[in-house]
Design a protein around this ligand. Sequence first.
Ligand SMILES: *[C@@H]1O[C@H](CO)[C@@H](O)[C@H](O)[C@H]1NC(C)=O
Ligand SMILES: *[C@@H]1O[C@H](CO)[C@@H](O)[C@H](O)[C@H]1NC(C)=O
Ligand SMILES: *[C@@H]1O[C@H](CO)[C@@H](O)[C@H](O)[C@H]1NC(C)=O
Ligand SMILES: *[C@@H]1O[C@H](CO)[C@@H](O)[C@H](O)[C@H]1NC(C)=O
Length: 451
Amino acid sequence: MLGLYFFISLLCLARSDTRETCPSFTKLSFHSAVVGTQLNVKLMLYTRRNSTCAQIINSTFLGNLNVTRKTTFIVHGFRPTGSPPVWIGDLVEGLLSVEDMNVVVVDWNRGATTVLYNYASSKTKKVAAVLKEFIDQMLAEGASFDDIYMIGVSLGAHIAGFVGKEYSGQLGRITGLDPAGPLFNGRPPEDRLDPSDAQFVDVIHSDIDALGYREPLGNIDFYPNGGVDQPGCPKTIFGGLQYFKCDHQRSVYLYLSSLREDCAVTAYPCDSYRNYRNGKCVSCGAPQQEPCPVPGYYADTWKDYLKEKDPPMTKAFFDTAEEKPFCIYHYFVDIITWNKNIRRGSITIKLRDKAGNTTESKINHEPATFQKYHQVSLLARFNQDLEKVAAISLVFSTGSVIGPTYKLRILRMKLRSLAHPERPQLCRYDLVLMENIETVFQPILCPKLQM
Ligand SMILES: *[C@@H]1O[C@H](CO)[C@@H](O)[C@H](O)[C@H]1NC(C)=O
Ligand SMILES: *[C@@H]1O[C@H](CO)[C@@H](O)[C@H](O)[C@H]1NC(C)=O
Ligand SMILES: *[C@@H]1O[C@H](CO)[C@@H](O)[C@H](O)[C@H]1NC(C)=O
Ligand SMILES: *[C@@H]1O[C@H](CO)[C@@H](O)[C@H](O)[C@H]1NC(C)=O
């Protein structure tokens, strides 16, 4: 028994030896979470010259940190199992791929690892104090506030806010990724992240009904899929651990996605998710030419515009696909009908291109009301963006299984891309949809200058 113990200790020693040459994020066991951990903040520097091997730095030793460059701090949150965050390596790599900067991983796993959330939460101001001391040194060595950027995940978002308050909002930028809700919801601005904590504060809320913070906390607050129940995440507890963290973590994956050039997720400023879903908020399309914000790394492109508002806070909504790169492509389907009586119902739409690719819309708006000669504009979302649509299929449904079936008499339907308003709009005239029966047709180009 004792021999085995020694053997294991030796193994551990050997492993910690290799770690010393190339430091890594603190790995703890679930046992540590049960007994609790003392707070210890470790700062790990990554640069383009040293993107896979961290350098441990502190307020008396800035190491290879080049103060004339941008410095991005990554601050994680509560760690109930002690394991390192699975996304941390990808985030470091993604940031270094878009800009030559200093990336500082703030490893406070000792402190965050505990089964008691309120214990981890009580350490947030202490972590902020360590970061303040470090940033003071950076400033003393010539760094500029404008170049300091903090990305805070969950509890880390509030930590970033506490650091920002120490400098009265002079830090360049804070991004909050699903800022923690429990123990913070409803608290006054001094006890949580707030728009005045940096020159620009942007937030992604992905789990507002459980682990995340419900209300806006930044200059712009993005609510993917309304901020709840992210597509692709388990909906029941049978999904295991993922059930608890998948929605919460989605904010990080959406941010990561913004660092790649796969596709640009577009968000729409709106007062509520419901109005967004019903197509009431599409002001970023032509012809208004208003800026349409994108969540993630490039959200600060809209900084000046967003800060002009009074108060300088904007809510923006977008829907996502189930997996990366998460993009959804929006189209407007404008329909004018000529039924004598009002019809209520929903439309399912499928697009096909010449190569045979098809994509189906998830229009789950509330049933639309079709009134004679009135145009109804439905917002349709597709997982694929087909550039040249060769065929369109429509299904009209009133949703009732009993009773008579109805017809929808369409005078004109028009399909227009929101993301690419320059693309030709597609039309079709005189069409009768029989309820629950698919109607396929080839669209024609709409006449120019038609409103
Ligand atoms: C990268 O970091 C490691 C560990 O801090 C260090 O030994 C090595 O010299 C660094 N490499 C460069 C190119 O800075
Ligand atoms: C900071 O890091 C340097 C170099 O690793 C080390 O010598 C020094 O003791 C550290 N200072 C503190 C306060 O931890
Ligand atoms: C620090 O960064 C600046 C700007 O990118 C660069 O000109 C300079 O050479 C860097 N200094 C060092 C020591 O790498
Ligand atoms: C459409 O299909 C072709 C051939 O199957 C494929 O190469 C292409 O990537 C598809 N386009 C889209 C937008 O998915």
